[in-house]
Design a protein around this ligand. Structure first.
Ligand code: C2E
Ligand code: CA
Ligand code: CA
Ligand code: CA
Length: 275
């Protein structure tokens, strides 16, 4: 197949060039995107299974660019991480999310995703303090989500950053649990209050006894270690039933609610509905 000639090569190379060119264009457009007001946050409710009520909402970043329209965070966040723009964008997200959550009922928290780049920045505690102080949000109501892969890159730095965040009394969540390569022993080494089980395990709950066993083991272990568990990406009633049986603490997913604009969340908490 490799020798199938020029025809195939010339089909392949432009596709690569296009990818590189789009990446270059998005990187350029990310400059000034904050100033142009192109970002906004949507919020996805997280439901407590025991109380059957919303206990927090995860803030998810949206970018609508003047030239490229809506760009997925899965595409632009890695670019912003590579060129360092994630720091300014991440600070904006943190401030914006705290500002919005301050007006929610006091028992509702807000979960914010932290990039590995932000976790490694030495001024992270100062940035978090500033977001809390300027908005007046109680630190207990701020949950910071970091992915498993971060921990392996630099164990000592990650540990120090997480300890500093815990001293501020904010909640730390290990996101996408099960997708990385970290040992279970990491759960005892790193100070997380919450463990978020990755969507890949939740999806498989419908048909895979092995996944049920894995999720049950994770929930039981987390409980023994004093951590709460959240299952993400719940899309079917069968998955929800299974998660109830495992005694997972909380669930999040399209079955329960999609990410929504801040004013819809506020209206929901106020007991009214926007039309
Ligand atoms: P994540 O932190 O794992 O967030 C969950 C993603 O799953 C979100 O995608 C959410 O919209 C989606 N989701 C929620 N429920 C369901 C479901 O039932 N089924 C399916 N198929 N998907 C569901 P989104 O908003 O596109 O974000 C993708 C990723 O981008 C996030 O994954 C997170 O890693 C990153 N991200 C989003 N916002 C931020 C941010 O403000 N800062 C940083 N550093 N990363 C962010
Ligand atoms: Ca997350
Ligand atoms: Ca996640
Ligand atoms: Ca995920």
């Amino acid at each position: 197949a490799k020798e199938s000639g020029r025809g195939q090569m010339s089909l392949y190379e432009p596709a690569m060039d296009e990818k590189i060119e789009r990446r270059r264009q998005l990187a350029a457009e990310l400059h000034g995107a904050l100033q142009r007001g192109e970002f906004h946050l949507v919020y996805q409710p997280i439901y407590d299974l025991a109380g059957e009520r919303i206990t927090s909402c995860e803030a998810l970043l949206r970018w609508t660019n003047r030239r490229h329209g809506a760009v997925s965070p899965a595409e632009f966040i890695p670019i912003a991480e590579d060129n360092g723009q994630i720091v300014a964008i991440g600070n904006w997200v943190l401030h914006q999310a705290c500002c919005t959550a301050r007006d929610w009922p006091a028992h509702i928290s807000v979960a914010v995703n932290l990039s590995p780049v932000q976790l490694r920045a030495s001024n992270l505690p100062a940035v978090v303090i500033s977001a809390l102080d300027s908005t007046g949000l109680a630190p207990q109501r701020l949950h910071l989500e970091v992915t498993e892969s971060v921990l392996l890159e630099d164990v000592d730095a990650s540990l120090a950053a997480l300890k500093a965040l815990n001293r501020l009394a904010v909640n730390t969540t290990l996101d996408d649990f099960g997708t990385g390569y970290s040992a279970l022993s990491y759960l005892t080494r790193f100070p997380f209050q919450t463990l978020k089980i990755d969507r890949s395990f939740v999806t498989d709950l419908d048909h895979s006894p092995a996944s049920i066993a894995i999720v049950q083991t994770v929930v039981d272990l987390a409980a023994k270690l004093g951590m709460r568990t959240v299952a993400e990406g719940v899309e079917t009633a069968a998955q929800l039933d299974q998660l109830r049986r495992t005694r997972c603490d909380a669930v999040q997913g399209y079955l329960l609610a999609r990410p929504m604009p801040a004013d819809m969340v506020a209206a929901m908490f106020a007991g009214t509905r926007l039309r």
